[in-house]
Ligand binder design. Structure first.
Ligand SMILES: *Cc1c(COP(=O)(O)O)cnc(C)c1O
Length: 370
């Protein structure tokens, strides 16, 4: 059996190497390395895939969040709600822009935020919510959208881990992750479900005014070259990365299907073992399984076993953001978000990538069950 990897980008690459090589070659031949037709073509194809009128490619997923927040023109010190059980990006850009991150608890089963938890931390200064579709499944958006509409709050969806996931509304309508709130953001970091060979990101919206504004912000505040109407930033998706992503976008649904197959395999393998709590999947959302994260009571024992058996694992995330030093100025303390604090001690992510063999899956499951 080949050595198991937490993610196997090279094997995935080899399957479509000739297509990728020719896409990269084309960019080199045309030598337009910034902007140009490949960025435009990928943008249009992603708009079609997501069924959203405006996609704005940008430098990475963190920039996408920053541009989204800048476009909302919130007053200084306005409060923005972000989950504490999360990657740092959302809270970080709030702080950088002079906004106040307000942390919110997540649901213990789905790891995502809920309308009930959001409602608890809303104050008159709250202006926006960053909903994170963590690990690959949509938060329960219908009640969240209703709540935020009633309270006049902007909704940004961080779709870095859930590109391609689909949410089903009670009326039967379904929408792709990132296209339900005012603005959606994503990352094409190499390990994401749709990853490039470096950094990349994108922003989505149905609002034409916001789309134009965000395009301008990402372009040094220019609508026309050398006319600076506002202070912007420089955030672009490299042309080579766009060409790569345009090839890989065609395979995204296939990748998601394989990840789901692997997740089903684990679910069955762990079904009779109550010490291993497998991820809860809501009826209202599909899951793209960016991560396959289980909960175990005795994690250090499992880690010891996995290391001994040469099975890679990750802990996303070892600590909730409200207890991180960078956010200590906000005054949170241990015990403020007990579910997130507990999750950080119990969660562990197993390999779920598209290149796992049946033999490897069997081996991982056997080691975990033991
Ligand atoms: C990866 C990730 C980001 C940041 O993306 P970058 O491209 O690395 O800047 C933001 N939010 C979440 C939830 C992520 O997983």
């Amino acid at each position: 059996m080949d050595k198991i990897k937490i993610i196997d980008l090279y094997s995935q690459h080899l399957r479509i190497k000739s297509e990728l090589d020719s896409a990269i070659d084309q960019v080199i031949q045309e030598s337009q390395f910034i902007r140009g037709r490949h960025v435009r073509e990928f943008k249009v194809n992603l708009e079609k895939y997501l069924n959203v009128p405006h996609v704005i490619p940008c430098g990475n997923g963190t920039d996408a969040l920053q541009i989204a927040l800048m476009a909302l023109d919130l007053p200084k010190n306005a409060k923005v709600i972000v989950p504490t059980f999360n990657y740092v990006a959302g809270a970080e850009v709030c702080a950088l822009l002079g906004l106040k991150p307000v942390f919110v608890e997540v649901d213990e089963g789905t790891f995502t935020v809920t309308a009930d938890e959001i409602e608890k931390v809303i104050t008159p200064q709250t202006k926006a919510v960053i909903v994170v579709h963590l690990y690959g499944q949509c938060a329960d958006m219908e009640p969240i959208l209703k709540l935020c509409q009633g309270k006049n709050l902007f909704v940004i969806e961080d779709t870095a881990q859930a590109l391609g996931a689909e949410y089903m509304f009670p009326n039967g309508e379904s929408k792709k992750a990132g296209t339900m709130g005012h603005i959606g953001t994503t990352s094409f970091f190499p390990t994401k479900c749709l990853g490039c060979m470096g950094d990349g990101g994108a922003i989505f919206t149905s609002d034409e005014g916001l789309a134009n504004y965000m395009r301008q912000i990402a372009f040094h505040g220019q609508k026309k070259k050398y006319q600076y109407e506002l202070i912007g930033i420089n955030s672009r998706l490299d042309t080579i990365q766009a060409a790569i992503l345009d090839v890989k976008l065609k395979y995204l649904d296939e990748y998601i299907e394989t990840r789901n197959k692997n997740a089903n395999f684990y679910k069955e393998a762990f079904a009779n073992h109550s010490e291993i709590v497998t991820p809860e999947i809501q009826d209202s959302s599909t899951h793209v399984f960016h991560q396959y994260t289980v909960k175990v009571k005795n994690r250090s024992k499992l880690i010891h076993k996995l290391e001994h058996a040469d099975v890679p694992y990750q802990v996303y995330y070892p600590s909730p953001l409200h207890l991180e030093k960078a956010f200590s100025y906000l005054g949170y303390k241990e015990g403020d978000f007990p579910i997130s604090e507990k999750l950080c001690k119990e969660i562990i992510s197993l390999p779920i990538h598209t290149e796992l063999s049946e033999e490897q899956l069997n081996y991982i499951a056997k080691v975990v069950v033991e």
